[in-house]
Design a protein around this ligand. Structure first.
Ligand code: TXA
Ligand code: MG
Length: 339
């Protein structure tokens, strides 16, 4: 199969619609990361998403809809605080998990009686979802466990020859996946941190909790995707805590001495200091927003150029930094599930 990469215009949107409505798969941009889309109503199409990605079949998918789509067609209950969250943050990088049974293909939610719904703000995503007219399930458009894609080129690197069409909407401005927030209970619970922060949700809804990131043995994760090692570059990785710059530098020297192509990764001022001393280093940037936008592109660059990536956690906590650190930990964790 030839994979076409096309700018978003009337012709490519018509082609995308035709592919989705006939059970095929199209990659499209969002403001967070690129998605690999298929009709939420088509069992075979949903299954092919899992197959193409190599995704575990207990990790449910998010249904994407255009702004103004009638939610009551796919969800069973909608608490008032969820409406407040939609007014405050949608379209945007927030996914809400609603009670829902039997409205879309049973494969979408992997047997859970909930459905995750997202209204992306990227104009290209909106144009695509409007053209298609039905909910489109879309995981991030990367091979399972690989780094999420923030450009059409990243998608092509993972799926060349495996999907017919990539809609190219440029670089994603957000850079980390949407916040996933459960709205099935009395108050919202963040299952995956992102650019819409727990603090922002608490302000809009009156209260918001965050689910624990680790799952005890025998427990089922509320958001099953969070159990897996994720977002990993294909090189060795190490992660040093904030403040252990010396540990990272010692590891770098050891790796260099052993003949490895080693790269450091840290916030701007650290990276500048390393570069000034002749060390190879990637800069995450200064602000949490910059770090989110750059992280995945840097992880993909690291796997092309490095044998080992040695990261130092940025300083600061809460807000967008919670999402940045969550992804950095998952990318650079050394062992596989669960963690
Ligand atoms: O920004 C994003 O959300 C991107 C773009 C393409 O929209 N999509 C994305 O999808 O990150 P994916 O499949 O890579 O991650 C979906 C996350 C997983 O952690 C999954 O477990 C969780 O959402 N999820 C999906 N449906 C759920 C449900 N019914 N209940 C709880 N968690 C759910
Ligand atoms: Mg993903």
């Amino acid at each position: 199969m030839i994979t076409k990469v096309k700018k978003i215009d009337a012709e490519s949107l018509a082609e995308a619609k035709e592919i989705i409505l006939s059970g095929g798969v199209v990659a499209f941009p969002t403001e967070t990361v690129y998605g690999l889309g298929a009709s939420a109503f088509d069992d075979g199409a949903v299954k092919s998403i899992f197959d193409i990605k190599g995704r575990p079949n207990d990790n449910p998918l998010i249904a994407h809809v255009y702004d103004g789509y009638d939610l009551s067609r796919i969800v069973d209950a909608d608490p008032p605080y969820a409406a407040a969250l939609r007014r405050a943050f949608l379209p945007g990088p927030l996914t809400l998990v609603y009670p829902s049974r039997g409205k879309v293909s049973p494969r979408v939610s992997c047997g859970l009686d909930t459905l995750a719904v997202r209204v992306p703000s990227h104009p290209g995503a909106q144009a695509f979802l409007r053209a298609v007219g039905i909910p489109v399930v879309a995981p991030s458009a990367n091979l399972s466990k690989h780094v999420s894609p923030t450009s059409a080129k990243h998608v092509l690197d993972d799926f060349d020859g495996k999907i017919p069409l990539i809609l190219d909407g440029g670089e994603c401005s957000g850079g980390i996946e949407s916040t996933v927030c459960d709205v099935t209970g009395e108050y919202p619970v963040v299952l995956r941190p992102g650019l819409v922060t727990r603090e922002m949700i608490a302000k809009a809804a009156g209260r918001c909790e965050a689910s624990a990131e680790t799952v005890r043995p025998g427990e089922r994760a509320k958001s099953p995707g969070m159990m897996y090692k994720h977002y990993s570059p294909r090189c060795r990785t190490m992660l040093f805590p904030v403040g252990d710059r010396a540990g990272a530098e010692a590891a770098y020297e050891r790796e260099k001495a052993a003949g490895s192509r080693a790269f450091l990764l840290g916030e701007e001022k650290l990276a500048k200091a390393w570069n000034a001393r002749g060390m190879s280093a990637f800069s995450l940037g200064n602000t949490p927003g910059e770090m989110a936008a750059r992280l995945y592109g840097l992880l993909r660059e690291a796997e092309r150029r490095a044998d080992v990536l040695i990261a130092v956690e940025p300083a600061g906590d809460g807000g967008v930094m919670t999402g940045v650190k969550n992804r950095l930990k998952k990318a650079c964790a050394s062992e596989d599930i669960p963690h």
